[in-house]
Design a binder for this molecule. Structure first.
Ligand SMILES: *Cc1c(COP(=O)(O)O)cnc(C)c1O
Length: 399
């Protein structure tokens, strides 16, 4: 453990303390496995919150990465790259949408969706200047920018970062009636996650998303769906909204789009909506760069080649079945959709963190979500025997 302890001291001394990571310092990864600097091996059951749906350094993606990096990595949006143009078409077709606007991080894509929605509200819906509102959900997680934390209900994300961006209304997640009451003639958009993952894997009841779709049509406002974490096969469909065919007006994608190699995000929408943005009104130095475009193109193809949606569903089935054997008074409920799962512990269990620390000791990496939920979200490429081994460790630790 020598090297790990020394390196952790560097972080303490020279790093910002904006995370409270487990005391593990990683050196390399392959598939669902990672190794720390002292040579200890772990199974990664977090997948960087779905950014690693393909596992660590998938060889097909690394191949594309290396070839494109050597050919043309970056060219500024003052010019076009062939990769970007192909990416826009393939991404739009993949999502069944008309147009793609690429960015880098998920937060940037959310900001982009909000800007496009506001401009649409002003130009198309013709809401008076500064009168528009966007309805969002309590317990949301959409990123960390000033505007995005302005409508967070989580004090730790929000406190002392004011003044806040106005123009947002917050309603309880999963409550269609409250949403309808919050909407009015100045409502230009409704922003939500199909499953609230950061909030502890909260899944709304069947029929909610279609109802949101209906309300957005009634009030003529844009349904903006944040599938940054749930999208690209994580929940057993390519997009979570496909479980109930509640297609949004703006779809936001990120995380696993970059194949676990780099940040790539995008918003997808109709031609009419995207065209409210004219040259010079929005942009990004790195958004849609040729390297990112090449990786994202390969990721979209690979996820179909590897049948990751079916694998996600199978992972969910296997984890739920195996965890059903776990009879522990510590566990309140196991919930999830596809390979996005959470074990909620009773408060009397003393918090999820200590179990994640014990799991790391026995070679399984998980992360607590809020105080009482152990999140399980393996790479979708995980070998089922490895998965079984990991869940066995979880069962032992929770017993
Ligand atoms: C991770 C995440 C974001 C933010 O993405 P970043 O790439 O970290 O900026 C936004 N929304 C959801 C649902 C996420 O899971």
């Amino acid at each position: 453990m020598g090297l790990t302890q020394d390196l952790l001291k560097l972080g303490d001394r020279y790093g910002a303390r904006n995370y409270k990571p487990l005391p593990v310092v990683l050196d390399r990864g392959e598939g669902a496995w990672v190794w720390d600097v002292d040579g200890k091996k772990y199974l990664d059951l977090l997948s960087a919150y779905s950014a690693l749906n393909f596992g660590h350094s998938h060889p097909e993606l690394v191949k594309v990465f290396q070839a494109q990096a050597a050919k043309l990595a970056l060219c500024s949006r003052a010019f076009q790259s062939e990769e970007l143009l192909h990416f826009c078409r393939e991404m739009s077709e993949f999502c069944g949408m008309e147009a793609t606007l690429p960015m880098n991080s998920g937060t940037e894509a959310i900001e982009t969706a909000l800007k496009v929605t506001r401009k649409w509200g002003a130009l198309v819906k013709k809401v008076a200047e500064n009168q528009a509102n966007i309805v969002v959900m309590a317990n949301n997680f959409h990123g960390r920018s000033i505007t995005v934390i302005s409508f967070s209900t989580e004090p730790i994300y929000r406190d002392h970062f004011g003044p806040y961006t106005p123009g947002f209304r917050i309603v309880p997640f999963g409550d269609a009636k409250a949403l309808r009451q919050a909407c009015d003639k100045n409502t230009i958009g409704v922003l939500l996650e199909p499953i609230q993952a950061e909030a502890g894997i909260l899944i709304p009841s069947v029929g909610y998303l279609p109802e949101v779709r209906k309300i957005c049509d009634e009030f003529r406002c844009l349904m903006i769906l944040d599938e940054i974490q749930t999208g690209l096969s994580r929940t057993g469909r390519e997009f979570c909204f496909q479980h109930e065919s509640a297609k949004p007006d703006i779809l936001v994608v990120g995380k696993s789009l970059g194949g676990g190699l780099m940040p790539v995000s995008a918003i997808l929408t109709s031609r009419a909506v995207i065209d409210v943005i004219q040259p010079g009104e929005h942009g990004s130095t790195f958004g849609g760069n040729p390297l990112a475009s090449a990786i994202a193109r390969r990721s979209l193809k690979l996820l179909r080649e590897l049948k990751l949606s079916e694998r996600a569903e199978e992972i969910g089935r296997r984890v739920q079945k195996q965890l059903a054997e776990l009879k522990s008074e510590k566990v309140r409920i196991v919930r999830g959709q596809g390979a996005l799962l959470g074990i909620e512990l009773h408060p009397s269990a003393g918090g999820a963190r200590q179990y994640c620390e014990k799991l790391a000791e026995v070679g399984v990496l998980c992360k607590e979500t809020h105080d009482h939920v152990v999140r399980i979200a393996p790479p979708l490429t995980i070998d089922f025997n490895d998965l079984h081994w990991g869940i066995e460790r979880i069962i032992q630790v929770l017993r």
